[in-house]
Design a protein around this ligand. Structure first.
Ligand SMILES: Cc1[nH+]cc(COP(=O)(O)O)c(/C=N/[C@@H](CC(=O)O)C(=O)O)c1O
Length: 409
C-alpha cells in the first residue's frame, strides 16, 4: 500500500481549483477571470459557428466511424497544422524537414517534446537544462520536471514597466550554458500578455544562434492574439527561416474552441542539410515509439473537426472571421477596462492593459489584493494577478473596474 510518506497529499492545481471555487460560489455577482477559455459577451462558452458547420458535415459523413487513427494522428490535420505555423509552401515542408505528430492538445505536445528531448537531447549522458520564462504557464514546470529535464528561469516581466524585461532576458540567455533548451511562447505570452516586438525577436534569435540554443516554441493562441494567423506565427517562421533546429507545441484548444476535445500537434523541424530528410524520418520514428507507449493514438473527433475546417477554403475563411470576432471582443474589453480605471482615477498606470496582447492581462494586483477582490467581490483570478480578458463583458466590466479600484486604494 502507499503510506503518507510515500504518497503525500498534493496541493490542488491552482487553475482548476480556481474553476471549482468559482463554480461553487453562489453569488449572483461572481465573475470568472481565471481559466484561459474564451467566453462571449454573455459570459458563455462559444462554440465557433465554423466548428458547428464542421460538426454537421462530420455527422452526415457516411464513412465516419470510430476506428483508431495512426500513431501520428490524422495526416490531413497534421500536414495543415504544420502549414498553418510555417506558412503555405514553406521550404522546410517542401524539403521534408518537418516531422508532425497529433497530440493530446497543447499539453500533450509540450509533454511529447519534453519526453523526446529528455531521451535524445543530452550532453555526456546528462539532460541539458531548459530555460522557462519567469513567469510562464503554470503547467510548464511540472511537465518538464516529470521527465527529468532540469529547469532554470529567464527573466521576462518587468514589474515597473509591466512590459518585457528584455535586457534581463538577453543576459540570462547569454549566460546559460551553450545548447540549452529555451522555451518560448510564440505569441500572447501566458500569463503576462507581453510579447517581444519583431525587432526584439530578431535579437533573441541572433543571441540564441550564437549560443547554439535549442528553441522550444509553445503556441496555444495563434490567431487569437492579433486576430491574424500569419502575424501570430511570425516568431516561429523567423526562427525556422534562420535555420534553427527546433520543436513546436501547437494547441487548437483556444483558437478552435475545442478545449475538451484535446486537439493539438507536435512538430520537429530539422535545419537545412544534406541529411535533413533522413534526420526527420529518424526523429519521427522515435516520436512514434514514445507516443505509442503513452497514448497509442490520439483522439479522433477534434482532429476531424479541425481538419475539415483547415482543408476547405470557405470554412477556413469563416474560421478566420471567427478568430477576428474572438480577438476583437477581447481587445474591446481591454480598452473598456482601461478607460473605466482611468475614469475612476484608480491609483497606478493602466496602459499595460491595452499594451498587452492575447487572452490574458497581468494586472499587477498583489496576492493580497487578489484574495480581497475574490472574498469581497467574488471576482476570480489567479493569485499572480493574471486575468483572462475573455471573462469580461459589457455587463461586468464596470463592476470589475470598481472592484479593482477598491482593492488598489
Ligand atoms: C502557453 C500554453 N500552452 C499550452 C496550454 C495547454 O492547452 P491545452 O488545453 O492542453 O491545449 C495552455 C493553456 N492554458 C490555459 C488552460 C490551462 O491552464 O490548461 C490557461 O493558462 O488558463 C497555455 O496557456
Amino acid at each position: 500500500n502507499f503510506p503518507a510518506e510515500a504518497v503525500p497529499q498534493a496541493p490542488e492545481d491552482p487553475l482548476f481549483g480556481l474553476m471549482r471555487a468559482y463554480k461553487a460560489d453562489q453569488s449572483p455577482d461572481k465573475v470568472d477571470l481565471g481559466i484561459g477559455a474564451y467566453r462571449d459577451d454573455n459570459a458563455k462558452p462559444w462554440v465557433l459557428p465554423v466548428v458547428k458547420k464542421a460538426d454537421e458535415i462530420l455527422r452526415n459523413d457516411p464513412e465516419a466511424n470510430h476506428e483508431y487513427l495512426p500513431i501520428a494522428g490524422l495526416a490531413s490535420l497534421t500536414s495543415k497544422a504544420a502549414e498553418l505555423l510555417l506558412g503555405t509552401g514553406a521550404p522546410a515542408i517542401a524539403e521534408k524537414r518537418v516531422a508532425s505528430v497529433q497530440t493530446i492538445s497543447g499539453t500533450g505536445a509540450v509533454h511529447l517534446g519534453a519526453l523526446f528531448l529528455a531521451r535524445f537531447y543530452k550532453v555526456n549522458g546528462a539532460n541539458r537544462t531548459l530555460y522557462l520564462s519567469n513567469p510562464t504557464w503554470a503547467n510548464h514546470h511540472q511537465i518538464f520536471t516529470n521527465v527529468g529535464i532540469p529547469i532554470e528561469q529567464y527573466p521576462y516581466f518587468d514589474k515597473k514597466t509591466k512590459g518585457l524585461d528584455f535586457e534581463g532576458m538577453k543576459a540570462s540567455l547569454a549566460n546559460a550554458p551553450d545548447r540549452s533548451i529555451i522555451l518560448l511562447h510564440a505569441c500572447a505570452h501566458n500569463p503576462t500578455g507581453v510579447d517581444p516586438t519583431p525587432e526584439q525577436w530578431r535579437e533573441i534569435a541572433e543571441l540564441m544562434k550564437a549560443k547554439k540554443h535549442f528553441p522550444f516554441f509553445d503556441t496555444a493562441y495563434q490567431g487569437f492574439a492579433s486576430g491574424d494567423l500569419d502575424r501570430d506565427a511570425g516568431a516561429i517562421r523567423y526562427f525556422v527561416e534562420q535555420g534553427f533546429e527546433l520543436v513546436i507545441a501547437q494547441s487548437f484548444a483556444k483558437n478552435f474552441g475545442l478545449y475538451g476535445e484535446r486537439a493539438g500537434c507536435f512538430h520537429f523541424v530539422a535545419p537545412p542539410a544534406p541529411d535533413a530528410a533522413e534526420v526527420t524520418t529518424r526523429v519521427a520514428s522515435q516520436l512514434a515509439i514514445l507516443q505509442r507507449s503513452e497514448i497509442s493514438n490520439p483522439p479522433i473527433y477534434g482532429a476531424r473537426i479541425a481538419s475539415i475546417v483547415l482543408n476547405d477554403k470557405d470554412l477556413f475563411a469563416e474560421w478566420q472571421e471567427n478568430l477576428r470576432t474572438m480577438s476583437g471582443r477581447i481587445i474591446a474589453m481591454r480598452q473598456a477596462l482601461r478607460s473605466k480605471l482611468e475614469e475612476l482615477g484608480t491609483p497606478g498606470q493602466w496602459n499595460h492593459i491595452t499594451d498587452q496582447i492575447g487572452m490574458f492581462s497581468f494586472t499587477g494586483l498583489s496576492e493580497t489584493q487578489v484574495q480581497k477582490i475574490r472574498s469581497d467581490f467574488h471576482i476570480y483570478m489567479t493569485k499572480n494577478g493574471r486575468i483572462s480578458m475573455a471573462g469580461l463583458n459589457t455587463r461586468n466590466v464596470e463592476y470589475v473596474a470598481k472592484a479593482i479600484d477598491r482593492v488598489v486604494r
